[in-house]
Design a protein around this ligand. Structure first.
Ligand code: SAM
Length: 345
């Protein structure tokens, strides 16, 4: 296993059977995570980029079996922020020193191209980077957001196992999700994808395929997190909660794509109070503090334990900063685009 880790560290390339061997082996976990930390340090440096996350609507037209805000969850209390309220959140984030806003929501048709482009332009007027995470759209919609100034887009492929995807995402098409990612790349977005780890029916083989998919697509960001079952979904009784396997998947992604942005995901923090710091020491270099007002944040419950992360209010940015500096890292002062660190060297 040590030889395989060395190979990945030096060549940033592994065969599928080598990835599955590392994912299956428990004895080499610490070495794997340490190698990812070293590669992170060499290719993206010590800075942790903080992106302010605004969850602006939990209305969703989709019915993903794993997700707490799925359309058929009648117990979810739906909310959407007004354009004015979203911009008020942006102003608060700017005052707190954030350089990037991440706008995330369910697939809410209320947010037309006109409303979204107004919000994007307002953020650009404040000289901040904009990341969108609002699901599957047409090429024309993606183009309109780009022209309004959007910089990045996050759309997880969720799993590259097509049959599993179609079981878990009824009414959706894996090919369309791939089409979206291809369109986003073509339009010049910094394109992020990612996956959930520990889905019922997901094999180690398919997790290796996910990692190779990120490499083959040359994605710019990878959000990888454990699947956590939500009581009001069809997967309520599934096991999930695979923190170590998620960390290993993230670490292998860092080894194969050394210069990309990798967030320490909230779902990792939901499973371990120190989850994001562990992730930052295992290949991650981004944190997305949730700055959504508390009354809404509780309602954006994709999985249990997520709102508990609500300690990261705008005003508490200092608390996160001190946790990051305590592990010898710095806070990114730039917008944190891919390749920024290597260019500055
Ligand atoms: N609607 C947008 C989309 O589809 O990309 C963005 C919002 S969606 C709720 C954000 C991500 O939450 C999904 O890509 C999925 O990976 C993650 N997620 C949903 N339910 C989850 C669960 N039970 N456990 C862990 N992650 C979950």
């Amino acid at each position: 296993m040590i030889d395989l880790i060395e190979k990945a560290r030096k060549t940033h390339s592994l065969e599928k059977d080598e990835i599955t061997a590392l994912l299956r082996d428990s004895g080499s976990t610490a070495d794997l995570l340490a190698a990812a930390d070293e590669v992170r340090s060499l290719f993206v440096g010590p800075a942790v980029h903080l992106r302010a996350l605004i969850e602006f609507s939990n209305y969703c037209r989709n019915n993903c079996c794993y997700c707490g805000i799925r359309r058929d969850n009648r117990q979810a209390q739906r909310y959407r922020l007004s354009v004015k309220d979203i911009i008020a959140h942006v102003d608060a984030a700017a005052r707190a020193g954030y350089k990037t806003i991440v706008l995330q929501s369910g697939e809410d048709v209320y947010f037309t191209v006109d409303r979204l482009t107004r919000i994007i332009r307002a953020i650009k007027e404040r000289d901040m980077a904009v990341t969108l995470s609002i699901g599957e759209k047409t090429y024309e919609e993606y183009k309109a957001y780009k022209q309004a100034g959007a910089d990045r887009y996050l759309l997880r492929i969720e799993t590259t196992d097509k049959a599993l995807y179609h079981r878990l995402d009824p009414g959706m098409s894996w090919d369309n999700r791939l089409r979206c990612l291809t369109d986003l790349k073509r339009l010049g977005y910094e394109t992020g994808s990612g996956s959930m780890v520990g889905l019922p029916g997901q094999s180690i083989d398919s997790i290796a395929d996910d990692i190779l998919f990120f490499k083959q697509m040359d994605i710019d960001m990878a959000g990888i997190g454990p699947f956590i079952p939500h009581a009001q979904t069809p997967l309520a009784d599934a096991r999930g909660r695979e923190l170590t396997l998620s960390l290993k998947t993230m670490a292998l992604t860092r080894l194969l794509l050394p210069d990309i942005n990798i967030p320490a995901t909230t779902a990792m923090e939901a499973l371990d109070p120190n989850g994001r710091i562990i992730a930052l020491q295992s290949g991650a270099n981004v944190v997305m503090p949730n700055i959504t007002a508390e009354e809404y944040r509780k309602k954006y419950e994709l999985y249990p334990g997520k709102a508990g992360e609500g300690r990261a209010f705008v005003s508490e940015r200092g608390r996160i900063e001190s946790k990051i500096t305590a592990i010898g890292r710095t806070i990114g002062q730039e917008k944190g685009f891919r390749g920024e660190f290597l260019k500055g060297k």
